[in-house]
Design a protein around this ligand. Structure first.
Ligand code: GLN
Length: 478
């Protein structure tokens, strides 16, 4: 009974359906684990006080469904951790920022509405880099989260709290958001599966926006099957998000059994042993019948620079709404301008302010053409190249990150932190779905640290990613 938190979602769901366990049992064990570990891990910013009531409602619903001969949703009664930038009506949501510290959500994000309809249980809201800006969760206004596999190290970010919660078995699954890697990078650092869906596959309504043309919500879980279950529950066209797309609008992708590897990107700045693990995974895939071919993405070396122009531009626009009048913190000065300056100066952390300034700069008259205009042109080129390559192969494979989790405080230089995103930002710029899953571990100071392989597929081809992901899982590269 005590190991119920270690079940996959699929297993827990089966056991609940068979009447062997209840949602209350599973939630209780997660809560006990939270009690044990959250103080140190700082994965949850808040644990909800009504978890057992929610679980009880789920158990009653299952009993009712059984009586009526109705099938229960696979996520009914499954306890989830939710990133603190996803609105749940009536609950605090802060994006780990002082500026929203006491803000209460006035409606449910569409992904939450969908999970509620499925009957999921919400354990709490999880720590993150402020407004999802970062790759380590060290930019949280409420202290860093820790990696459960080595508490000296970061869990990744910005969805680090969600990843730490699942990796430490304080939740069975979690939602994160990904603007440039924030689901995949923490998944990689914590030994989990994480999916950044196709842009538009999942509604952004009710997510606190970072970069609106890049943001997507998605799952963090222990297995590909679990990630698939969660994705299928939250996906779909939504009238509250005009960029969301119905799943049947994508052209069907015929499987080629070919995997493309952009080797020209794997030359520098990547740890040798991460590269060796990656080669091992490719070898294993070859043995299971995949052809590994070299592909060229000539514009990909520009991706990081392009991202760090477009993203701050969007950040500066999105964060303009936090003015001390409409949301959250409101500090009074001597004039209206002073109110703004005080609220924003004290409410936002250093990284948020840095990006607002960068974004304002690249959008300003005279620099717009030189930076923002060029970056959007390069983005279009990159999208065309990725799309061409994906006509020839099922997916493009790279390591998810060039290194395993760093130590807390190790990457105090923002540029060093940005380099971690080198492989992940492309999928956000091009809108393609990308999946990270474990490809073994590498030793650092006596500990084995997990690392991930990233697969990027054609728009709308999450099914293809799950299929290859399951093969890689079976091979289980050590
Ligand atoms: N690490 C990246 C950044 O700092 C990605 C963030 C994200 O995906 N939210 O912007």
């Amino acid at each position: 009974m005590s190991e119920l938190n270690k079940l996959s979602i699929t297993e827990a769901s089966k056991k609940m359906q068979a009447g062997e366990i209840t949602a209350v049992d599973v939630s209780r064990v997660c809560l006990a684990e939270i009690e044990k570990r959250n103080k140190i891990l700082n994965a949850y910013l808040e644990v909800f006080s009504d978890v057992l009531e929610q679980a009880n409602v789920a158990d009653e619903k299952r009993a009712q469904n059984k009586k009526e001969g109705k099938e229960s949703h696979a996520l009914l009664g499954i306890p989830f951790a939710i990133k603190d930038n996803i609105l749940i009506e009536g609950r605090n949501v802060s994006a780990a920022s002082k500026i929203l510290e006491n803000y209460v959500a006035s409606y449910d994000a569409t992904v939450i509405k969908k999970l509620k309809e499925a009957g999921a249980v919400f354990l709490g809201r999880t720590n993150m880099d402020e407004f999802a800006m970062g790759g380590s969760t060290e930019n949280s206004a409420f202290g860093p989260a820790k990696n459960p596999l080595d508490e000296m190290r970061v869990p990744g970010g910005s969805s680090g709290g969600s990843a730490a919660a699942v990796a430490s078995y304080m939740a069975l699954g979690a939602l994160g958001t990904d603007t440039g890697g924030s689901i995949r990078e923490p998944a990689s650092f914590c030994g989990l599966v994480g999916l950044k869906p196709t842009y538009g596959a999942v509604s952004r309504s009710g997510l606190i926006a970072m970069g609106s043309s890049l943001d997507q919500a998605g799952p963090l879980a222990h297995t590909v099957e679990d990630a698939e279950l969660i994705f299928n529950a939250i996906r779909g066209r939504d009238s509250f998000d005009s960029t969301s797309i119905s799943e049947d609008l994508y052209p069907k992708h015929a499987a080629t059994k070919k995997i493309g590897v952009p080797r020209h990107l794997l030359k520098e700045g990547i740890d040798q042993d991460v590269l060796e693990q990656f080669e091992k995974s490719l070898e294993a895939l070859k043995k299971s019948g995949y052809e590994i071919i070299d592909v060229e993405l000539p514009s990909a070396p520009l991706a990081l620079a392009v991202y760090y122009v477009i993203m701050p531009a969007e950040v500066s626009a999105n964060l303009a709404r936090f003015d001390g009048v409409r949301y959250g913190l409101s500090l009074k000065g001597d004039s209206l301008f002073d109110d703004y300056a005080k609220t924003r100066g004290e409410g936002f952390g250093a990284e948020a302010r840095r990006r607002i300034m960068l974004g304002t700069y690249v959008l300003s008259s005279g620099y717009y053409d030189a930076y923002y205009g060029k970056a959007t042109a390069a983005r279009a080129m990159l999208a065309a190249e990725v799309s061409d390559v994906l006509k020839e192969v099922d997916c493009i494979a790279t390591p998810t990150t060039p290194s395993p989790a760093a130590k807390i405080g190790e990457k105090s230089d923002p540029l060093a932190m940005y380099l971690m995103d080198i492989f992940t930002v492309t999928a956000n710029l091009t809108g393609n779905p990308a999946l990270s899953l474990p490809m073994g571990a590498v030793p650092r100071e006596g500990k084995q640290l997990p690392i991930g392989i990233q697969l990027t597929a054609a728009h709308g081809d999450e099914a293809g990613l799950f299929k290859i992901g399951k093969e890689i899982e079976k091979i289980a590269v050590q």
